[in-house]
Design a binder for this molecule. Structure first.
Ligand code: SF4
Length: 347
């Protein structure tokens, strides 16, 4: 297995562990949604654990399984419960109103907002209040085998996270070595980041270091550039402040994407329509991708149209029920989609 493949599969196991066991201190009564490979333009996290309010999450399901992007959120969160001209109802978005009108039409098409015309004016009314469903965001970096160079780049990513404080907590998940002191603790990582040692097959995890809660409601500091280091490097870091309101919007936008995708969406970036694609059960409790041609667990990068072993599934596989039901590829998607939906109460 290549390093990337090992990291990818560790990541899927870490997601599964988080879904079953979060939080790590054993207070297992939290409602969580887990997603992977999400973040902002500048920073993408391996795993995101959203701690949610159960009632809020149920209420969120009325808006459908697809995410509400920033423009739609602006509209549905501020929509009034009585018919009102949209410009009177919504705060100025900071960009031209025509984009708001476009978002209003999209929200109407999706059935999450009511609209009507009063002469030339568009009036809006909310269908349901947008609920407070998100409580906390926990970001986890998965590093099953942390060597010195991986630790250096991880340290600067974590410093960025701590300064920005977009997530409530940041963690590093590493493969449990069983040594008296886990080697990851000797690395120069920010003390605010928690460390989790996970045994990926048995899904047993131990907290090696508890994280500090980050001040998500305070202004964040976005590190734009760091000095390269070394004795001769006297350059200063460059950074900018980020407004708390902007952070709140970003957090919600990230949470909405996590709500839509979950972590089982890996199949959407792979080729389940390849005849060699399989889903296999790992440790009896999780479906993971497997390539029959190579006999390995493939990564999304390997499992693409440019894969030299790619062969489309034969049309005969699809005949029963095709094209509505589809062949094994479509069944794989549906299976993962069903499991993803199971995690979103109310859908
Ligand atoms: S042969 Fe290539 S495209 Fe097909 S399942 Fe294997 S890795 Fe994916």
């Amino acid at each position: 297995m290549t390093r990337y493949s090992a990291e990818f599969h560790f990541e899927l196991r870490a997601c599964r562990w988080a879904e079953r066991e979060w939080p790590p201190d054993g207070d297992g009564d939290r409602t969580v949604l887990v997603a992977r490979q999400l973040g902002t333009k500048r920073r993408r996290w391996d795993t995101l654990v959203l701690e949610c309010d159960l009632e809020g999450l149920r209420a969120r399901s009325k808006f459908g399984p697809k995410r509400l992007d920033g423009d739609l959120l602006h509209v549905v969160r501020n929509a009034p419960d009585e018919w009102t001209y949209y410009r009177d109802a919504l705060p100025h978005p900071g960009y031209p109103w025509r984009y708001v009108r476009e978002a209003i039409h999209r929200a109407d098409d999706r059935g999450v907002l009511e609209t009507r015309r009063d002469g030339n004016r568009i009036q809006i009314r909310r269908r349901w209040p947008y609920p407070d469903w998100l409580e906390r965001i926990v970001a986890v970096e998965n590093k099953p085998d942390l060597d010195a160079s991986a630790a250096r780049s991880l340290a600067s990513q974590l410093e960025y996270d701590v300064a920005m404080a977009l997530a409530d907590e940041v963690w590093v998940a590493t493969r449990k070595t069983g040594e008296r002191v886990e080697p990851v603790l000797f690395e120069d990582l920010p003390v605010e980041a928690g460390v989790l040692a996970l045994e990926p097959d048995s899904l047993i995890a131990e907290v090696e270091w508890y994280p500090r809660s980050l001040p998500v409601d305070d202004p964040g500091t976005r590190i734009l550039e760091q000095p390269a280091g070394g004795e001769r490097d006297g350059s200063a870091a460059r950074f900018e402040y980020v407004d708390p309101a902007e952070k709140t919007e970003r957090r919600l936008a990230i949470a909405e994407r996590a709500y839509e995708r979950g972590w089982r969406s890996f199949v959407e970036t792979m080729r389940p329509d390849c005849r060699h694609f399989q889903l296999r059960s790992h440790a009896g409790n999780q479906l993971v991708p497997h390539c029959d041609a190579t006999g390995c667990r493939q990564t999304a990068t390997e499992c693409s149209g440019s894969c030299p072993e790619f062969e489309p599934e034969p049309p005969a596989w699809r005949t029963r029920g095709w094209p509505i039901e589809g062949g094994p590829g479509k069944r794989c998607r549906r299976l993962l989609e069903d499991r993803r939906s199971d995690r979103r109460p109310g859908l």
